[in-house]
Design a protein around this ligand. Structure first.
Ligand code: ZN
Length: 117
């Protein structure tokens, strides 16, 4: 599949817990990352012994990678970080960051309100 993918790290690497990339063959590229044979950054993560997981991928063009990076933090789009409230980016059938974000923020506020009781 040609598209953009989101890798989630089991523990943070510096300040990063995600990696966003684009490939004309996501399956092959992600397999390389997970085997410690990706780019310099994910190779460093691999060498540190941090487990990487493919959290999400969406078919599409290279511009989607740039969109995700521009609309970070990408944890907002990570099902592993936000299991009950992550955003779908607009190119993945989401309604866009602002509409989706409002619903997500409302759910989070409700959760925090019930936690603080
Ligand atoms: Zn995550």
């Amino acid at each position: 599949m040609r598209g953009v993918y989101l890798l989630h790290f089991a523990s943070p690497f510096g300040l990063q817990q995600h990696y966003v990339g684009w490939s004309s063959d996501v399956d092959r590229r992600v397999a390389h990352h997970l085997a410690g044979d990706g780019g310099e950054f994910t190779r460093s993560v691999f060498r540190r012994g941090i487990v990487m997981t493919l959290a999400a991928s969406w078919p599409g063009e290279h511009a989607y990678e740039l969109w995700l990076k521009k609309h970070g933090p990408v944890a907002r789009f990570c099902p592993l970080c936000s299991p009950d409230g992550y955003l779908l980016p607009p190119f993945a059938g989401g309604s866009g960051p602002y509409v989706g974000q409002r619903a997500w923020l409302a759910r989070r506020a409700a959760r925090q309100a019930s936690d603080s009781r």
